[in-house]
Design a protein around this ligand. Structure first.
Ligand code: FES
Length: 172
């Protein structure tokens, strides 16, 4: 009897101790989860019917600048790219979002709808070290080693929803 009472007491004390530890750890563990502020902007909606053809808007998504590109129907482009990854992923989309950070050393490229330098068709030009990208963000020339990243995104009517999986499922 004496033994079982001691065991029961031990269990209670142990249980209280566990509750105390969890209680003490909870604020710490909670502080590791993304704060509400850092999640703000994780889903961004853009009405692409408000963007004229061949123009680009810059929006903020998770603290990063993001291009929203609007192309005309049946857009033809005469350039050549080193890789064709993004174009394949974005095929058939007249509006899409790309992270506006050069994959070389992180500058924000400039949209040149009338071309720039040797390229007489629409391109993105990174002014820092002369990188060039196609309208789909595939690297054409200069130091950028890979295409611009694409955020997850989907289309809902006139709205492009950035931050939710759709025709791009994950951040590329
Ligand atoms: S940062 Fe864009 S070319 Fe270097």
């Amino acid at each position: 009897m004496e033994t079982s009472r001691r065991d029961a007491l031990g269990l209670i004390i142990g249980g209280l101790g566990a509750v105390g530890v969890v209680g003490a750890l909870y604020p710490f563990v909670k502080s590791l989860a993304p704060s509400a502020a850092s999640l703000a902007g994780a889903r961004v909606e853009v009405d692409v019917s408000q963007i004229p053809d061949l123009q680009v808007r810059v929006v903020s998504w998770k603290g990063k600048p993001v291009f929203v590109v609007k192309l005309p129907q049946n857009f033809q482009w005469n350039g050549k790219t080193k890789e064709d990854n993004n174009r394949k992923l974005l095929q058939g989309q007249d509006a899409y979002a790309m992270v506006a950070v050069c994959t070389h050393l992180g500058c924000v490229p400039l949209w040149k709808p009338n071309g720039e330098g040797e390229f007489n068709y629409p391109v993105f030009h990174c002014p820092c070290h002369g990188g060039f990208y196609s309208p789909w963000g595939d690297n054409i020339a200069g130091p950028p080693p890979r295409p611009l990243h694409l955020p997850p995104q989907k289309r809902e009517g006139n709205k492009l929803v950035i931050g939710e999986p759709g025709f791009i499922k994950d951040l590329t």
